[in-house]
Design a binder for this molecule. Structure first.
Ligand SMILES: [Zn+2]
Ligand SMILES: [Zn+2]
Length: 365
């Protein structure tokens, strides 16, 4: 049963949407219309493109084609030799490996994207540029020189695999392997396209706008299907994985959806109260009230000033202000006198700077 890969003909992947198929058909039909294209192969190619579109644009026929490799029910029945073949199509052979008899899919790509702390929280759009193997424009991915088309592999008759039947003591053994002639493609290219040397793909620079959703974090990956390498000879494209790396913030730390700010205040500020400025993301500095008598380790929570939840829109974490009270390591004369006066007023025994308990000794003496 000779099969044409309708997806390859239209240059779309197997999961292509109806809109993609229509778009691709329009472009190719214009390109290959015999009135426009004087290539000897144009009428045949145009016919193929039409045929592919007739099948792939009809949901029922497309499904049948996906399952049986033909859109025609009569053909499907005739194509199967018996129960074993049908069984193979669903559980073994073509269906299970998924690739044999049609071009293999292209590789996935990874792009490392560095963004700022703010962009990770607020979301951003970034333009990225990377080299990728794309569909060859000259041959539309078939790998065949313009005017020729790939032909069904004579060794495997387009199945992409060969079977060896051996008689053993346990009975008949069937060995299935990728066809050595076409390497599993099911088709061979007699006259390779000179641009891509029969590969059906060429390297080019791709520029892409990537939307980074608010709340993304270090190590997250964004998968963009179809933007990886295109497969050989019209095989479906792999995915592009954008791995996100987030730069640190000079003052804020992040734990999931929560932001943390370490605030250091002085002894007197903790005791008497004060106001401090706390940096926020996507807004002005927030003025935060430190109440008189604030203890070291106090946590002040600024609700909704954290990181947006990636999957629950409208939900944002909090900004936690962790208050640390700084004890001065060195004192000026004025500071020392003020603190000694404070110690005396609160009846706290303190050392005299030499490490001895001055006031206590004074009292004892
Ligand atoms: Zn073959
Ligand atoms: Zn080519």
């Amino acid at each position: 049963m000779a099969t044409i890969d309708y997806y390859a003909v239209l240059g779309v992947e197997r999961a292509a949407s109806d809109a993609d198929i229509k778009k691709s058909f329009r472009r190719l039909a214009q390109q290959w219309h015999p009135d426009v294209n004087k290539d000897a192969a144009a009428p045949e190619r145009f016919k193929e493109i039409n045929e592919a579109y007739q099948v792939l644009s009809d949901p029922e026929r497309r499904q049948r084609y996906d399952l049986f490799g033909t859109a025609d029910l009569g053909d499907a029945a005739a194509g199967f030799g018996g129960f074993a073949d049908i069984f193979d199509a669903f559980f073994g052979g073509n269906a299970a490996t998924g690739r044999r008899g049609r071009p293999a899919g292209g590789a996935d790509l990874r792009y490392d994207l560095r963004i700022s702390f703010e962009d990770a929280i607020l979301g951003t759009e970034q333009e990225i540029e990377f080299p990728v193997l794309g569909r060859c424009d000259t041959c539309a991915g078939t790998g065949a020189k313009v005017g020729t088309s790939p032909t069904t592999c004579p060794q495997c008759n387009g199945r992409g695999e060969v079977r060896q039947v051996r008689q053993t003591m346990l009975g008949q053994m069937v060995n299935v392997a990728a066809c050595p002639r076409c390497k599993g493609d099911g088709t061979i290219v007699e006259t390779p396209c000179p641009t891509c040397h029969g590969e059906g793909r060429t390297e080019r620079k791709r520029t892409l706008r990537v939307t980074i959703p608010p709340g993304i974090d270090e190590g997250h990956q964004i998968r963009i299907s179809n933007e990886g390498e295109v497969g050989r000879r019209g095989g479906p494209a792999g995915s592009l994985y954008v791995a996100v790396h987030v730069a640190p913030h000079p003052e804020l730390r992040r734990e999931g959806t929560e932001l943390i700010y370490d605030a250091r205040i002085g002894l007197a500020q903790a005791a008497l109260g004060t106001r401090i400025g706390v940096p926020t993301i996507g807004g002005d500095e927030e003025v935060v009230e430190i109440k008189p008598g604030t203890q070291p380790g106090t946590e002040i929570r600024l609700r909704g000033k954290g990181v947006p939840h990636l999957r629950r829109s409208g939900v944002r974490g909090d900004l936690h202000v962790l208050v640390d009270v700084e004890v001065p390591a060195r004192l000026s004369k004025a500071q020392r006198e003020a603190l000694e006066a404070y110690a005396e007023a609160s009846d706290e025994p303190v050392s005299d700077g030499s490490g001895l308990l001055g006031r206590v000794r004074e009292k004892l003496g």
